[in-house]
Design a binder for this molecule. Structure first.
Ligand code: HEC
Length: 111
């Protein structure tokens, strides 16, 4: 059991260390702006393929913003998604999300 945890920890650690600086920045943005609703960023990132994230995040994250701005449940995020700081963050978020997309192998499988 302990060995398993150590392996998982090491895998996570090496994952963090191979993160490029931009993805790291994106992760920090995720923590500040998305985590409260979506939980762990790597889990969310691993829910889609790289190509899907690229589509959601193109044009400064236009599609992702649309998803939120047209959902009443996401109302607390409206201010953020319509703010200029989101368009500045979008590229970093894309780097982070694509870094951990389901087809990168960067997220250790849970099963
Ligand atoms: C206030 C809560 C809230 C915040 C903050 C928020 N979201 Fe969401 N998000 C939602 C809700 C609610 C939905 C579901 C919208 C719907 O389908 O009606 C959603 C949908 C999504 C989807 C689409 C899910 C899918 O399976 O297609 C993605 C991707 C996503 N959010 C990513 C993000 C990212 C990245 C951020 C940070 C930049 C973020 N969200 C911030 C509430 C939030």
């Amino acid at each position: 059991m302990n060995k398993l945890y150590a392996t998982v920890a090491l895998t996570l650690l090496s994952g963090f260390m191979t993160l490029n600086a931009a993805a790291y920045k994106g992760q920090k943005i995720y923590m500040n702006s998305c985590k409260e609703c979506h939980g762990g960023g790597q889990t969310l990132a691993a829910s889609k393929k790289q190509r899907i994230w690229e589509k959601l995040m193109e044009n400064k994250g236009e599609k992702l913003a649309d998803i939120h701005l047209s959902s009443k449940k996401a109302q607390p995020s409206w201010e953020y998604f319509s703010d200029r700081s989101y368009s500045k963050d979008a590229k970093h978020l894309e780097d982070f999300l694509t870094e951990y997309a389901s087809d990168t192998g960067n997220v250790p499988a849970c099963n």
